[in-house]
Design a protein around this ligand. Structure first.
Ligand code: CA
Length: 225
């Protein structure tokens, strides 16, 4: 799960990013409205945390533009102002939820979980299953019957994306964007290296699930009968 934080108070942005990363989410930061809109429009995020007062473009304007361009990514608005008219303004602009600063970390995490669930990607007990595999987000563990292996952060993100798509092809470009992020210098062969790590782990697990290479395109999962 990839979360974008658009917040110009850099220390707060870092604190939020750390909090989310400790819960197993991937978090990126933007510190102004213009780059915030750019990134929020990229389609690679599952949730956006959006500050109301931002340099460049305020959060309300950003949100209206995002929604008028047809982007449905869930947005949690953060603001120092607790004024009712502001809250209404935020919701009218297309926010899914509103949180007034200062808030408790637990309160923020509860909102994040709520909005990610509402985003349509159901998480049963925070685990994702495909074929005989079960991927647990809290522990970064991939299980197959009694066997289990720990995954690295990148392996986990890759495997999560593959399992969510199942037999549908995920392109190398999508993998690079979702797993390595927008500004990364990672290249196709980074993906290949991590795919080979995952294949080794699938073999170790004796799983019937295989990662199939679609030449020049990407990867998908298949279950061996
Ligand atoms: Ca601000």
């Amino acid at each position: 799960m990839r979360i974008l934080i658009v917040e110009d108070e850099v220390r707060l942005a870092h604190t939020l990013a750390d909090l989310l990363k400790r819960q197993g989410y991937t978090a990126d930061e933007c510190h102004d409205g213009v780059s915030g809109l750019d990134n929020a429009s990229s389609g690679i995020y599952d949730l956006v945390l959006l500050d109301a007062m931002l340099p460049g473009m305020d959060g309300f304007t950003l949100l209206r533009r995002l929604r008028s361009d047809g982007h449905t990514v869930p947005v949690l608005m953060l603001t120092a102002r607790s004024d009712v008219t502001d809250r209404v303004h935020g919701l009218d602009s297309g926010a899914d939820y509103y949180l007034t600063k200062p808030f408790e970390p637990q309160e923020l995490l509860a909102c994040v979980r709520l909005l990610l669930r509402r985003g349509g990607e159901t998480r049963l007990d925070d685990a994702l299953t495909y074929g005989d595999l079960r991927l647990e987000s809290g522990t970064f563990t991939l299980n197959c019957q009694e066997r289990s292996v720990r995954l690295s952060r990148r392996e986990y993100d890759l495997m999560e994306l593959l399992m969510r798509n199942g037999s549908q092809i995920v392109t190398k470009e999508q993998l690079l964007l979702k797993v390595w992020g927008y500004d990364s210098d990672a290249e196709d062969n980074n993906v290949e290296v991590y795919i080979s790590f995952l294949r080794r782990k699938l073999t170790h697990l004796h799983s019937a699930v295989r990662i199939k290479t679609i030449r020049m395109v990407g990867y998908c999962l298949e279950v061996e009968s």
